[in-house]
Write a protein that binds this ligand. Sequence first.
Ligand code: ADP
Length: 550
Amino acid sequence: MAASMYQRDPRAGLFLGGARVSGTEVRDQNVTACQTVSNILKSSLGPVGLDKMLVDNVGDVTITNDGATILSLLEVAHPAARILVSLATQQDKEVGDGTTSVVLLASELLRRANELVHNKIHPTTVIAGYRLACKEACRFMADQLSTKVDKLGRDAIINVAKTSMSSKIISADDDLFAPIAVDAMLAVATVNGRGEKKYPVKAVNVLKAHGKSARESFMVKGYALNCTVASQAMKTRIQGAKIACLDINLAKQRMHLGVHITIDDPEQLEAIRARESEITLERVRKILASGANVVLTTKGIDDLVLKEFVEAGAMAVRRCRKEDLRRIARATGATLVSSLANLEGEETFEASSLGYAEEVVQERISDDELILVRGTKVVNSSSIILRGANDYMLDEMERSLHDALSIIKRTLESGSVVPGGGAVETALSIYLENYATTLGSREQLAIAEFAAALLTIPKTLAMNAAKDSTDLVAKLRAYHNAAQQAAPGDPKRALMFYGLDLLQGDVVDNRAAGVLEPTMSKIKSLKSALEAATSLLRIDDSITVTPEQR
Ligand code: ADP
């Protein structure tokens, strides 16, 4: 049954004021909106895709070619186009990459489905055909096109990272960044309760530092904080660290603004001042009494209390970023404490709020003084210190690195990869075309359209690389057809891994060339694109419900 984009029904006595568009017209409108969005993204697909510059209303500039970022910054008003925006956001959250591809695919699927509907095929039949095609495609991809990472080794993971980086700002230095990203992810491996290895992306801390060139970026094991100890006299290395993570101001307590106290003796004023300092001192003593030897706080620490830390042989760091402390707390098993007061209103600090790490040390690494928290108890951490000329560059580098880290995570966790550069899409397209002809039902047409829609990826890749897309895609299709016609064991089967070489404008074995992507990411994009396209296809009525007039 087709769904409608409104909830209120006039027959139920509800107000229904605005315009109503139904049937073919609403589908056409939705298709146009989605085409508009995908046309914006189209030119940024692939390693030679172009960037977009987005300027917001206060003049902040973002330069990026990451699909999810572009769409999240655009103010998309059309409800159908907004579905595509949320599709990209979802893909970014779940997979981390493939955001541009998924939007292009979804809008192409929708456009072709709409043409079928114009040719009097019922949307339900189209949806059924699409679903069948997607199921078959995923099966074929997992069975025939994917290769286990164990077989290919660490180089394969580095290649996956390089492929993800290839369309990004850091592509020129991927020989440096790909191993950094892979090592950072391998360093945070943890085993969960079910004995599965997990690689949490959040355990990798990315620090951005202005100045120097991108090539001077580096990775360290442990969580790096861009801070220094609060006093020169403090220890700079603590073994067996018991860490207190605080969101408390340890500066001298001052009375709140607007508080009036009338005193008639100067000594009373002195007493108030002394008490103000004492409150902080008592807090520090309570924290140190819990056994803490490293105190990290997001706020200030008064110089008057620094002596306490020095005498206790503890390290104190002020003005840490809250997000950093949250993550350190998670990694070390600490609790981020925002108030010392308990339910009775007394101030205490429990030892159970402390986190543990093998070592906390202040080190000078390539001209930067950093605090490193190593050997965190709960989750291992690693940090990547990015260097770049300005904020725009650093932000885009961080986004690119985040994509690469997510892709490495997917590869390590799912353990299988497929060749990129349009290889998978072409192979699936040929397979589905042949599969469609084996079916005697009307879904055949939808499956054939699904097959044709997949080719939008290799076509766009070739076009963006200023190559002849018709020639290249025809050649690629011929290779894949030969591979799929060949019997198992025939050397021609290896043609299955052929994809586009966008620099030379040729067709090459992308598995051998190291253009690899995680199987899971491709399967996920197919499924998400299908979901988005079908949910839009199901709409046959759009009603703008204007707010009730009072
Ligand atoms: P997305 O946001 O969808 O990840 P990208 O701009 O990162 O978009 O482009 C990804 C596409 O580029 C994938 O289809 C991938 O196979 C292809 N690709 C990446 N690197 C290469 C390469 N070196 N040669 C050919 N194709 C590549």
